[in-house]
Write a new protein. Structure first.
Length: 354
């Protein structure tokens, strides 16, 4: 093998390092397997068998995403163990919005020169994210691309497939006036807004090791906190409660994401004082000289996921989420829109301004 691989190694690609990585992550990957997995890591494709008996009319739901420039911050700070959780979260939370249960996940890891130890840390995070989401890490691709990525730099992409019964798809079409909006807390900025976050951090003169005021953790820890995965608590709710709409608060913040699920004729009114804003967002606002509308257009500001439910079950949903260790609160209502050009989403700011 050594002689056969010499030419490629001289070009910058280490086949043996790739094989070593596969060997080292095999147990991490297999720990995520469920009864649908029919293949093992290392094949040309992953095999997964659907459980047709569990769904009257099964519909597959797919999503793909990355982690954005949060990767750059992770690489700058040398923290690679949780960025994989972010990667999984961005896709599984997206398909959850439609009521889908994640089945399997695939990852793509690309770098200039493969560092096996670093890559193993990343994959360990991906495997942990899959465990939190209850899905299998079915396969992936490791691409060593010398001359394309600088040494020490890597990129990630993720792909998730889930399933939902056609009759139980959540699409927001049944959302009605007086429904309540329930917000579930985020762990921090999740994986959005990091081009601005890095700019603010660089211009603030602060170091990632500096303690966050009132936060009790360093700036680096607060900014790299992995994205929360909402799959298990929300699927538990969907088993026996009517959830009319769901929102994953990603790029576009409150204004763009909530509007995506609203039927015609209604709007969402959110009361910002109804939930806590974590210290990291207060720091970003102050250091960046931003207004709350600017913050809410870019960041989740403490709310990573929203549910729209009938008003009579709002408090029950909140209690059930808290029993599953998810801090949730009723943060707004659905209102009738009187004008077609009216803002679809309004946020009542502290002091009553919108």
């Amino acid at each position: 093998m050594a002689d056969r691989a010499d030419a490629y190694r001289r070009a910058g690609v280490d086949i043996e390092a790739g094989n070593s990585l596969v060997s080292r992550i095999k147990s991490l990957v297999s720990a995520t397997y469920n009864k649908g997995v029919l293949s093992d890591i290392g094949g040309f494709g992953g095999l997964f068998k659907l459980d047709h008996e569990a769904y009257a009319e099964p519909v597959l739901v797919a999503s793909t995403d990355g982690v954005g420039t949060k990767l750059k911050l992770a690489q700058m700070l040398g923290r690679h163990d949780t960025i994989g959780i972010d990667l999984v979260a961005m896709s599984v939370n997206d398909i959850l919005v439609q009521g889908a249960k994640p089945l399997f996940f695939l990852d793509y890891f690309a770098t200039g020169k493969l560092d096996v130890n670093l890559a193993e840390q990343v994959v360990a995070g991906i495997a942990e994210g899959c465990k939190q989401a209850g899905c299998a890490l079915l396969g992936g691709e490791t691409a060593e691309m010398p001359g394309f990525y600088p040494d020490g730099v890597y990129d990630l992409a993720g792909f998730c497939v889930g399933i939902v019964d056609n009759a139980r798809i959540v699409d927001g079409s049944s959302i009605a006036v007086d429904d309540v909006i329930i917000g579930i807390e985020s762990s921090g900025p999740h994986s959005n807004g990091y081009s601005l976050i890095r700019k603010i951090l660089a211009e603030s003169g602060c170091k990632a090791t500096d303690l966050l005021p009132e936060g009790g953790v360093s700036l680096g820890e607060a900014l790299l906190a992995p994205t929360r995965i909402y799959v298990k608590p929300v699927l538990n709710l969907l088993r026996d409660l009517e959830i009319r709409g769901m929102v994953h608060i990603t790029g576009g913040g409150f204004y763009d994401n909530v509007a995506r699920i609203l039927p015609r004729g209604v709007g969402a009114h959110i009361r910002m004082g109804s939930f806590d804003v974590p210290p990291v967002f207060e720091w970003l606002k102050a250091q960046g000289g931003l207004t709350w509308p600017e913050m809410l257009q870019i960041f989740n500001c403490g709310i990573g996921y929203m549910l729209v439910v009938p008003p009579e079950i709002g408090e029950d949903v909140v209690l059930r989420l808290r029993a599953q260790h998810e801090y949730a609160q009723i943060i707004g209502t659905i209102e009738r829109q009187k004008k077609s050009d009216q803002e679809r989403v309004t946020v009542e700011l502290p002091g009553g301004a919108c």
